[in-house]
Design a protein around this ligand. Structure first.
Ligand SMILES: [Zn+2]
Length: 74
């Protein structure tokens, strides 16, 4: 099983690691997510489990867009 951290915005793979056996929700902290969040964040495809994590670039873009948006409003 591979655990792949992928940016949902640009599809960039941020990090990936091989997990022996099954994914351990508790070890990865997934057990704190609600069922809904889990569905949004985690995608299982065959031998890969994708975890949606916004990368630094996209997080910055998002912040920049927010700033622009706020500037236009006021
Ligand atoms: Zn990204």
């Amino acid at each position: 099983m591979n655990l792949v951290y992928r940016c949902p915005q640009c599809q960039k793979v941020i990090d990936q690691l091989a997990v022996p056996g099954e994914i351990d929700d508790e070890a990865l902290g997934f057990n704190v997510l609600t069922a809904e969040e889990r569905e949004d964040i985690i995608e299982v495809e065959e031998d890969n489990t994708y975890v949606n994590v916004v990368c630094d670039e996209c997080a910055q873009d998002y912040a920049a867009n927010q700033t622009l948006y706020n500037t236009q409003i006021h």
